[in-house]
Design a protein. Structure first.
Lengths: 161, 392, 118, 151
């Protein structure tokens, strides 16, 4: 019984830690804008935490630079176990425009395993929220159900497939 | 006994990776050492393997907040190399977006400054009002943050009439809000107590260390590229360069709030005097050999692009010096002697944009005492040994 | 002159104002007309002859040209690299690429971010 | 363009034929070429007589067998670009930090990215390249080729 309670609480209030691994901070201000009154992800119980030790989800922005690689791995190791990583922005997904720069290694998945990719340069705050809800959908069928019927109603035309 | 504390690349107050190693004597900061390079992506080398059209989008992504300043500088430089005459309407639209970007960047700074001294009400309210200018930017350019509107020879999108009405309506709302924030920034006790007399930078020190932008204007240095070296449509606009002689963080807050009001007026002038006509001149792909120094005023200060072309469609050399890089020696000067609690707000005073600045180190006037800074591995090693013999 | 709580009247006024939050998945934010979203390829207009004018100009190398039974090659968009800048729609001589208003493209893995529309 | 001509005449008057390629490409821009030995003297002259206080940046470019260094100054609203070139065999220039303290960062950068030894620099540590970057490899040199593994 305690197990699914803990699982439930983890899905209902995923605490987020933001990590910029060398990007142009366009996506950082969009992640912050998602926390602001207009989009307000706190409705999903998402809080921005300063330290990775309190976070369930690591929101990564920016392409991995050579200098930042082992720091990112270090921060990833500091997170408690059921941890997820969302790569926000084209740079985080694949290195984006800096694909051939000498100090850039590529997307976040070059350093740490990534669970969800949110393309966009920068993705709109509601695209980031869509990514978070989609990630929660992988954990909790009700969120997946929520996305399904919203798409059927044509609210979200998230094709992408 | 001085203790050296590393403030790591990942820190709640700093949205971007920078590593500050602070040498403390009790609460007072004795010395500060900044190690950057976390954001160094090697853009200048990357720009040599791209043609001019692709370089517009590469320079735009140097910094997410002041990106229209980078593309304006780059396109202006290439147009000068080509000897291309940009139609007046294109210049006016380019200036409109520069000013809208300045409003959005200063409102963003006001919120982050409030957040860093714990004044979250200001953070929430100023960012909610920032959404007004974000919607205006999105209507005109199609993307909230990365305004890809500059092209070589002019502007890619036109401003239609209903956009002009929406912009005027949004600007009047913004003007009222910025007047309100100016009043809050200058009278609210919670804001004053944390920013008055903090991070002192006297005028001659600012001139000697070549500070630029609102941070220098807060110490009375009257230098604004829009006035001294007008570009785009700034010769046709009348505006005042706002300075204050408070020489501290509160000065930067007031200068930035005044600049928002000034930018709103400028946007109104641009919209009313928008000339008809073409928005873009045809530009060849190959650029004749030559070199150019192109300067503009980014929200954080003077931004310079040095472009050298060799006749092919790829630049020979692109040198970018972002405003934050010029402000670092002065912010490190003003940090010394302060308290550790003031580091985030004094550091935020120059509105640091690490993404712009991806190359910097401090002016380390080390008065002869050897302080040893431990790297991560040594620190971890030291920690393990220390615990081992404590348990042992 | 300094006053304490100069933001309280503002907060008090906002108690009775309409809330500023848009409840995103349930309410939709109005998307402006020409938002730069996912690139859409119009097959009739794409003439397969131009040997990738869009791929050459793409700043992020996000367009891969794929052979179409040796009649020529057509672009495939790699959405994880794409920066949605719209340069491909401008440099395509036949106007075959248009940016749609679709921006919710989150996926679990990068393979399903390859958008091959033919 | 009174300011540019005035600056040009003053420089011509003070240094005569030791400086060359004195030209104005457009309003508020002056380019001048100076031999490396004369750099400090011209800069202090600019500072005392022409009221130059602000250095915008230092650009270094690899032009085949020489590295060209451009100092961009700002005096009376005019951007004066001082050009010197240093042989690639032993690229070394002396620092101008005593004259302009704000230039220390830009010298560190050209030292790091192009391997231009700056003599007498107060703090010659590595600037922006990561710690595990091999010694002696300078990315902005023409012979440095970026190897891209398909990601």
């Amino acid at each position: 019984m305690l197990k699914n309670f803990v699982g439930w609480s983890r899905v209902k209030s995923p605490w987020v830690c933001h990590l910029n691994t060398g990007g142009c901070n366009g996506c950082d201000i969009e992640v912050l804008a998602a926390l602001m009154p207009r989009f307000d992800v706190e409705r999903f119980g998402i809080l921005l935490k300063g330290t990775p030790r309190h976070a369930d989800v690591l929101v990564c922005t920016g392409a991995i630079t050579r200098q930042m690689k082992d720091r990112a791995v270090r921060i990833y190791e500091q997170m408690p176990e059921p941890k997820f990583v969302i790569a926000v922005g084209s740079c985080a997904c694949s290195g984006g425009v800096f694909w051939d720069c000498y100090n850039v290694l590529g997307g976040i998945d070059k350093a740490i395993p990534v669970n969800a990719y949110v393309p966009g340069c920068p993705p709109r705050p509601d695209a980031i929220i869509h990514g978070v809800v989609k990630l929660l959908g992988a954990l909790d069928p009700r969120y997946a159900q929520l996305l399904e019927d919203l798409k059927r109603k044509g609210e979200i035309h998230a094709s992408g497939e | 006994m001085s203790v050296s504390i590393p403030i790591g690349p990942q820190h709640p107050a700093l949205k971007e990776p920078v590593n500050l190693t602070v040498t403390l004597d009790g609460e007072k900061i004795v010395d500060i050492d900044m190690r950057l390079g976390y954001n160094h992506r090697g853009i200048e080398k990357g720009s040599e393997s791209r043609n001019y059209i692709q370089n517009i989008y590469l320079t735009e992504r140097i910094c997410g907040i002041c990106n229209v300043a980078h593309t304006t500088t780059f396109c202006q430089g290439v147009e000068e190399l080509l000897g291309l005459e940009v139609p007046k309407r294109g210049l006016f639209i380019r200036t409109l977006l520069c000013e809208l970007n300045r409003i959005h960047s200063h409102l963003l700074w006001l919120g982050v400054a409030g957040h860093e001294i714990g004044f979250d009400t200001l953070f929430m309210y100023s960012w909610r009002d920032r959404e007004i200018v974000m919607d205006l930017i999105e209507i005109v350019s199609g993307n909230r943050v990365n305004i890809a509107i500059n092209a070589i020879g002019g502007v890619r999108r036109d401003v239609s009439d209903d956009m002009r009405a929406q912009i005027l309506q949004g600007i009047s709302q913004l003007e009222a809000r910025s007047q309100y924030y100016l009043d809050v920034a200058s009278t609210e006790v919670t804001f004053l107590r944390r920013t008055e007399g903090v991070g002192k930078l006297p005028k001659e020190k600012a001139i000697e260390l070549c500070a630029v932008g609102p941070f220098a204007r807060a110490s009375g240095v009257e230098y604004d590229v829009r006035k001294d070296d007008p570009f785009a449509a700034y010769p046709y606009l009348d505006f005042k360069v706002r300075t204050s002689d408070r020489c501290d963080v509160l000065g930067t807050a007031i200068v930035r709030a005044l600049e928002i009001v000034e930018s709103c007026k400028m946007c109104r002038q641009v919209i009313e005097e928008l000339p008809a006509g073409e928005i873009k001149a045809k530009a060849p792909r190959k650029v004749p050999p030559g070199e150019v120094v192109s300067k503009t005023e980014a929200p954080r200060g003077e931004l310079i692009h040095y472009i050298r072309s060799n006749g092919t469609d790829r630049p020979e050399r692109l040198k970018v010096r972002a405003p934050t890089l010029a402000n670092i020696p002065s912010v490190l000067y003003s940090l010394r002697g302060g308290y550790i609690a003031d580091i985030p707000i004094v550091f935020a005073a120059i509105d640091p944009c690490m993404a712009c600045m991806d190359r910097v180190i401090l002016l380390d006037t080390d008065h002869g005492k050897t302080k040893r800074v431990m790297t991560w591995e040594e620190l971890r090693q030291h920690g393990m040994e220390w615990y081992a013999d404590r348990k042992g | 002159m300094t006053r304490i709580g100069s933001m309280f009247p503002e907060i008090w006024k906002h108690l009775f104002k309409k809330r500023a939050t848009v409840l995103y998945p349930f309410e939709r934010l109005n998307v402006p007309k020409d938002l730069r979203g996912k690139p859409i390829l119009d097959e009739q207009k794409c003439s397969l002859k131009c040997k990738g004018a869009c791929a050459i100009d793409c700043p992020a190398k996000a367009i891969v040209m794929e052979k179409v039974e040796e009649k020529g090659s057509r672009p495939v968009f790699l959405l994880d690299r794409c920066t949605f800048c719209g340069q491909c729609s401008e440099s395509c001589p036949f106007g075959a690429i248009k940016l749609s208003e679709e921006f919710e493209l989150a996926q679990y893995d990068r393979k399903s971010l390859v958008s091959k529309q033919w | 363009m009174p300011a540019e001509n005035e600056i040009q005449d003053k420089l011509k008057g003070a240094f005569g034929e030791r400086i060359s390629e004195l030209k104005t490409t457009r309003g508020r821009r002056v380019f001048v070429r100076v031999p490396p030995s004369l750099v400090k003297e011209v800069i202090s002259y600019l500072k005392q007589d022409l009221g130059m206080t602000h250095i915008t940046t230092i650009t270094a470019t690899d032009v085949g067998e020489e590295i060209e260094v451009l100092y961009h100054f700002l005096c009376r609203g005019v951007t004066v670009s001082l050009r010197t070139s240093v042989p690639k065999a032993n690229p070394a220039i002396d620092t101008i930090t005593p004259i302009i303290p704000g230039a220390v960062l830009y010298e560190r950068e050209i030292q790091d990215l192009l391997g231009l030894k700056v003599k007498g620099h107060p703090d010659p540590r590595r600037l922006v390249l990561p710690e595990d970057w091999p010694e002696g490899v300078y990315p902005l040199r023409k012979e440095y080729k970026v190897k891209v593994e398909e990601g």
